[in-house]
Design a protein around this ligand. Structure first.
Ligand code: C2O
Ligand code: CU
Length: 489
């Protein structure tokens, strides 16, 4: 945890921005929220070298109860997740060394949520040749946006993410007033059997339904994460869900909490009631830490009983008695959608015939378990009726959509299945406008949760040229067909 110079001292110093921040918070309760200040041009930063050595490593995390598990990681050390922190304007100069065992085969690194040039996006066959076992590759880019991002492979993803092959990338520089603490909470389950081996990461029963859930839950690699926060402080909690399957409903009990960013993009702060955080989604909260010795809880309500994800403990002397201040973040430099001239398009997310029959078989508890021979075609899911061709990325389908650079598109994302799907687009953000089933707080996101039978209206400004993946981030859905790409020319 990084403790910053206390905000109280800044607040009492009487900086004008603080007053504006407090007013911004109050106004969300009344009518339209105050507009966010924009972040401005990318400053000149440093060159930050980053060496990624992808390998199988035996790692003992607290959540494993003292047991070592054969994880895959980019870095040495009994730590999960590994976090890279840079400042906006910094250029990452990354070398990837693929030391994965030969069975894991080729790989690439995708930088989730970063609006970087297409050539650096890390999708094998689509944006680069895959990196073979023993091979190396270099990525170089300057992230244009601040926020919490992550990186993972785009090959054999159920297994590699299942074994922990990922990292978190934080790009700093979006705070209007420093918070009293800035802590990460990274959620991931692990599929471990009773005798301590990894369970299969992709199963037909799971892939054709809601996915194969982990058996051991963890936050920052711990089963019972406890975070010490400065008592009475207004603390930033960066939540990231790197699980391939689970969709927790995030809440905070015992403390005031506000949402200040979604997928790294600022929103005018609004009180957190609960928020469903699908795979790959991020949420920045500001939480008023309890008094010294007091406890609050970060919970998942999507369970018969709320599950505690982390205990938030207040420590030290309370530094002031100012009201809770969720100070807004600076707004990213995103092109406003031109809705008046937007072109309407739609994407329908469905099961294939194979997918529906597997789901039905799996629902019938009296039926014998599915053997591998039951399923000759592992395409369970489709976008606009087209499943991604079986067998990985090597056989590219035609693009789902071809978009004209600079134009605004109004996309209807239609889920005709009974399962939720977190839909992710590379290299862009969606402006989430409205839903056929629920009230939407307008926001930007690179991954939107499409709930069962929902139609979601989003706007997309196609301002980054190239071929960009669009897929479900429940990795078993992605790998069994719910994946495609859009072309921006
Ligand atoms: Cu996390 Cu294709 O992305
Ligand atoms: Cu899905």
């Amino acid at each position: 945890m990084t403790l910053r110079p206390t905000r109280r001292t800044v607040a009492f110093g009487g900086i004008a921005g603080v007053t504006a921040a407090v007013l911004g918070w109050r106004s969300t309760r009344a009518a339209a929220p105050a507009p966010l200040a924009r972040i401005g041009a990318i400053p000149q930063g440093r060159e930050v070298p980053l060496s990624l050595v992808a390998a199988e490593r035996s790692v003992t995390l607290p959540a494993f109860g003292g047991r070592a598990m054969p994880l895959m990681s980019f870095f040495e050390g009994d730590l999960f997740p590994h976090v890279v922190r840079i400042r906006r304007g910094d250029t990452l100069v990354t070398t990837l060394d693929n030391q994965l065992p030969a069975w894991a085969e080729e790989m690439s690194v995708h930088w989730h949520g970063l609006r970087i040039p297409n050539a650096e996006d890390g999708v094998p066959y689509l944006t680069q040749a895959p990196v073979p076992p023993g091979g190396t590759y270099g990525y170089r880019f300057t992230p244009p946006d601040t926020g919490t991002f992550w990186f993972h492979t785009h090959c054999n993803t159920a297994e590699t993410i299942g074994r922990g092959l990922l990292g978190v990338l934080i790009v700093e520089g979006d705070e209007t007033v420093p918070y009293d603490a800035d802590v990460l909470v990274c959620l991931k389950d692990w599929r471990i059997s009773a005798d301590g081996a990894f369970l299969p990461f992709l199963t037909d029963e799971g892939a054709a339904r809601a996915g194969s859930f982990g058996t051991v839950r963890s936050a920052n690699g711990e089963a019972a994460l406890s975070l010490d926060l400065p008592a009475g402080g207004d603390c930033r909690l960066r939540l990231i869900n790197v699980d391939p399957t689970r969709i927790p409903e995030i809440g905070v009990e015992g403390a005031e909490a506000a949402i200040v960013a979604i997928d790294g993009v600022a929103v005018p702060p609004f009180p957190l009631k609960s928020w469903r955080l699908g795979p790959a989604m991020r949420l920045d909260l500001v939480v008023r830490a309890p008094a010294d010795g007091g406890e609050a809880r970060l919970v998942d309500y999507h369970a018969p009983q709320p599950v505690t994800l982390a205990t938030l403990k207040g420590t030290g002397e309370v530094r002031g008695t100012t009201p809770f201040d969720s100070a807004p973040l600076l707004m990213a430099d995103l092109a406003e959608p031109d809705l008046a001239n937007a072109l309407p398009l739609s994407l329908t997310f469905s099961a294939t015939a194979t997918g529906s029959s597997v789901a039905e078989l799996a629902d019938d508890t009296t039926a014998p378990p599915l053997g591998p021979l039951c399923v000759t075609n592992r395409s369970f899911w489709a976008i606009n009726k087209a499943p991604w061709p079986d067998g990985g990325h090597a056989r590219l389908p035609p693009p789902l959509l071809t978009l004209e650079r600079g134009r605004t598109y109004r996309l209807t994302l239609h889920n005709v299945t009974p399962h939720p799907h977190p839909i992710h687009i590379h290299g862009h953000f969606f402006r989430v406008l409205s839903s056929s089933r629920r009230e939407i707080v307008p926001h930007w996101a690179d991954t939107v949760l499409l709930t069962p039978k929902e139609r979601l209206e989003v706007a997309l400004v196609a301002d980054n040229p190239g071929d960009w993946m669009l897929h479900c981030h429940i990795i078993e859905h992605q790998e069994t067909g719910m994946m495609g790409f859009v072309r921006v020319t």
